[in-house]
Ligand binder design. Structure first.
Ligand code: ARG
Length: 558
């Protein structure tokens, strides 16, 4: 049961002639004050349809509304305020939550694929904070899509191709050592890369050498391919440590190099459709007046980032027949994705509206962009290990007898970092502050995890009751209402590509539950005990499921 759905249906029965069911649903509000009911319906929109004053309409609608789950409807100026029949609604809600458990809020299966292109770090470089955001947001959106009934196809579009590898090979063959790379691959490769840029400033002929290396790579030269494979392997070993810590798996590791043999056909197609134009020896596609042309091939015939994204989009459409292809990539690549879409549109593909760039803001430290500048590499793995270490010290202090301490520390430490990232709208920048993330008070992952664990301890002796009965009291009602709002949060998080909707939702449910826990003696042996336990059980299910959608684990004990 979904409160909004109940109300939408009841309202729609009254408003059939004036509005569609979707329009009715979109207008419904959740009032902030209890006096304004559980849900409210503003009549401004109807006023223009019916050509009547909103106040007149609200009185008419309130008078006609009836549903067994609605206790009364009041006209208040231009609004209709609805009060639910708490007893009926809570009884029905507890029954449903009990039956559905973690499936509560699942959307209908749609048999449609949604491709997620996320994480996508660049090999031979440190896993940056920007890639951390893409990884966390992308994984969460994939989970949210699944919950809404889609099949998520998770692709890591590794940055494993491009002129930078020419530079890296040039640098490695000049100044590199195999042993150094084996010992600590990313920092070593990064050093060579930085040195390349320093030396190339003084000796521009290095650029030609680097270009030649990349050309060799694109031409499948044995030595170039061997080096590249090795750099990639070493990098992937490092990246997988981060993925393991975060518990992330991909369906496909199809990086940019995967499209190496799929770009020539794209270039040929562009040629055939008369879209390629020469510009300074390079080949480009014009994308209109507002955007610079999209570069397809360089002077020397090598390909570019955009060329590979064109090939990738076409390949994915063929392979997965996606409903949407979602690119979780920082806001600074807006222009790139807009160009890719324009070019595909000019090629005549009619699915370019299904390519969705989901951008996000920066990670800041002390208000400044966190950088991976020369020598000052913040390795993500270290950050996560630091968070886990702090979580473990916390446990030692607060709950020294806890079993499986290490596992819980891992869930809490990584959960803190992940939740902190997801709780604000993704487009905003995030201030990175480990101390803050890990507190048990305030809007943190550990706070929600702790609420869940606390509820779990209440259930130790509880048994499932198929008909738990009704509940009374304002605090219980507030929890029931929060629980029933989960399905619409799941839908909204998807329609807005916004994990923060779920993060805010679990914070709200936690806070409602903690007020309830503070006021009501849950384990008191009276005739509402079963109902109270059913409520607690539902809270644990929904919190766990909600955290799961964010990629955060919910340990039973903390
Ligand atoms: N590797 C790229 C970068 O670090 C991100 C790739 C995003 N995905 C894509 N299909 N372009 O900037």
């Amino acid at each position: 049961m979904n409160l909004k759905a109940v109300y939408t249906k009841a309202l729609f029965n009254v408003l059939k002639e004036d509005l569609s069911e979707k329009e009715v649903e979109a207008l419904i509000e959740f009032p902030k004050h209890e006096a304004h009911g559980d849900l409210a319906f503003p009549c401004f929109r109807l006023a223009s349809v019916r050509k009547q004053a909103p106040n007149v309409i609200s009185a008419d609608v309130a008078g006609k509304l009836s549903d067994p789950l609605i206790e009364r409807a009041e006209a208040a100026g231009p609004y209709v305020n609805i009060f639910f029949n708490r007893k009926e609604v809570s009884t029905e809600a507890l029954r449903q939550l009990e039956v559905l458990g973690p499936k509560f809020g699942d959307g209908l299966r749609k048999e449609k694929n949604v491709v997620f292109d996320f994480s996508s770090p660049n090999i031979a470089k440190p896993f940056s904070m920007g890639h951390l955001r893409s990884t966390i947001i992308g994984r969460s959106l994939a989970g949210i899509a699944e919950k809404n009934g889609y099949n998520a196809v998770k692709i890591n579009h590794l940055g494993d191709w491009g002129t930078q590898f020419g530079k890296l090979m040039c640098a490695y063959t000049r100044w590199g050592s195999e042993a150094e790379v084996r010992e600590n691959p990313i920092p070593a490769l990064m050093r060579y890369y930085v040195r390349y840029h320093e030396e190339a400033e003084k000796a521009p002929e290095l650029d030609d050498e680097a270009r030649a290396w990349f050309k060799k790579l694109e031409d499948q030269d044995v030595e170039a391919v061997k080096l590249w494979n090795w750099f990639k392997e070493e990098s992937l070993k490092e990246f997988s440590k981060v993925y393991d810590l975060l518990g992330i798996e991909f369906d496909h590791m199809q990086g940019e190099s995967f499209y190496n043999d799929k770009m020539a056909p794209v270039a040929a197609e562009l040629e055939e459709k008369n879209l390629l134009v020469e510009s300074d020896g390079a080949m480009v596609v014009e994308t209109g007046e507002d955007e610079p042309p999209c570069l397809i091939k360089k002077k020397d015939g090598t390909t570019l980032y955009a060329t590979r994204d064109l090939a990738a989009a076409i390949y994915r459409k063929k392979q997965f027949d996606f409903h949407k292809c979602v690119y979780v990539v920082g806001a600074e690549q807006q222009l790139h994705f807009s160009q890719v879409k324009t070019v595909l549109g000019r090629m005549g593909y009619n699915w370019t509206d299904d390519l969705v760039h989901v951008p996000f803001g920066l990670i800041l430290q002390g208000g400044k962009k966190m950088s991976t500048r020369k020598g000052k590499i913040v390795l993500l793995e270290d950050v996560l290990r630091d968070a886990i270490g702090r979580a473990e010290r916390n446990i030692v202090e607060k709950n020294p007898s806890l079993e499986n301490r290490e596992e819980v520390a891992m869930d809490v430490g990584t959960g803190a970092v992940v939740f902190h990232d997801l709780k604000n709208e993704r487009i905003n920048s995030v201030e990175f502050n480990l101390e803050h993330m890990l507190t048990f008070e305030g809007e943190t992952g550990p706070y929600v995890q702790y609420t869940h664990a606390r509820a779990m301890t209440l259930l130790e002796r509880a048994e499932a009751d198929p008909d738990p009965g009704a509940l009374d009291g304002d605090e219980a009602w507030a929890v029931v209402k929060e629980l029933l709002a989960f399905p619409s949060a799941v839908e909204r998080a998807w329609s807005q590509y916004e994990p923060s909707v779920i993060a805010k939702y679990v914070l709200g449910l936690s806070s409602a539950f903690n007020s309830y826990y503070g006021k009501v003696r849950i384990l008191e042996d009276d005739d509402q005990l079963q109902a109270r336990l059913a409520l607690v059980k539902a809270v644990t299910d929904v919190l766990k499921e909600g955290l799961g959608l964010l990629g955060v684990k919910a340990p039973d004990r903390m």
